[in-house]
Design a protein around this ligand. Sequence first.
Ligand SMILES: NC(=O)c1ccc[n+]([C@@H]2O[C@H](COP(=O)([O-])OP(=O)(O)OC[C@H]3O[C@@H](n4cnc5c(N)ncnc54)[C@H](OP(=O)(O)O)[C@@H]3O)[C@@H](O)[C@H]2O)c1
Length: 267
Amino acid sequence: MAKFNKLAGKHVLVIGGSQGIGRGVAEGAIESQAVVTIVGSYRPNLPPKMQSADKTVAQLKALYPSASVIGLSCNLATDNVEADLDNIFTQAKAAHGKAVDHVVLTAGDPVLALAPQDITLEKIRHAARMRLELPALLGKVAQRHLARTTASSVTLSTGGVAEKPNPGWSVTAFMAAGLNGLARNLALDLKPIRVNSVEPGPVDTGFWETGGMTAEQKAAAFKAWDEKLPTGAVGAVEDVAEAYLYLMRDRNATGEVVKTRSGANLL
Ligand SMILES: NC(=O)c1ccc[n+]([C@@H]2O[C@H](COP(=O)([O-])OP(=O)(O)OC[C@H]3O[C@@H](n4cnc5c(N)ncnc54)[C@H](OP(=O)(O)O)[C@@H]3O)[C@@H](O)[C@H]2O)c1
């Protein structure tokens, strides 16, 4: 076994691996000789094999012909989330003939910018679907499927607003800060399985368009950030993905928050 490339031969499950940061983690894991399962959302109006995860698997196989990668599609924003997560681990194991060693959660729907007067019970519950219910139940389900060793890990995704307030993001800030608390506490509850979180600053993914920005609005917002940020640019997926790859590899890291924020916290 490689001393430093601890992902070689491991099974990495990236929930949210069909796009953005998760796709970058999947690529990094493939380059590290891991076998990979990615999960994207399920859109009932699309024909079989045309889901986002299927398309991404085809692209990854074109880029890395020897990669062992499969894709699964599931809507994880429903009341059936616990059973669906259980199925994902089971299907991933059956497809690769090997249990999952590391699970990364990057799946997330657009964050709701909400001024205090616009906050409603319905919107709070909507925000909690993918940023409280999904990660909390992932901890529960992962415990059933991961080997009880420090070579197994769960990595959650949060965001810079956990620490640096942003007008209109109060509910999102609650979720982001809570995700760090959840990861820290699960690290005790699931020990010796390791649980950590990654806190990105702004990253160049489709997340912003999915959230309703036009290409022009995104370009203008990113230009303004680039002019202010100490690194001179919002995060690139291949850089931010390193935080996740690190947390999978370092068997000494649990209950940690790894931050990769272009220095946005310094402004
Ligand atoms: N990008 C940033 O600037 C930034 C900054 C800080 C924190 N974050 C956080 O980091 C995480 C990843 O962000 P990203 O930029 O990589 O987002 P992204 O590019 O929009 O990717 C989101 C992923 O989540 C999946 N997804 C969305 N809704 C789903 C559902 N209902 N069921 C299952 N999967 C679903 C998507 O699948 P499909 O491909 O099928 O749509 C996609 O794989 C998010 O939690 C985000 O809040 C992002």
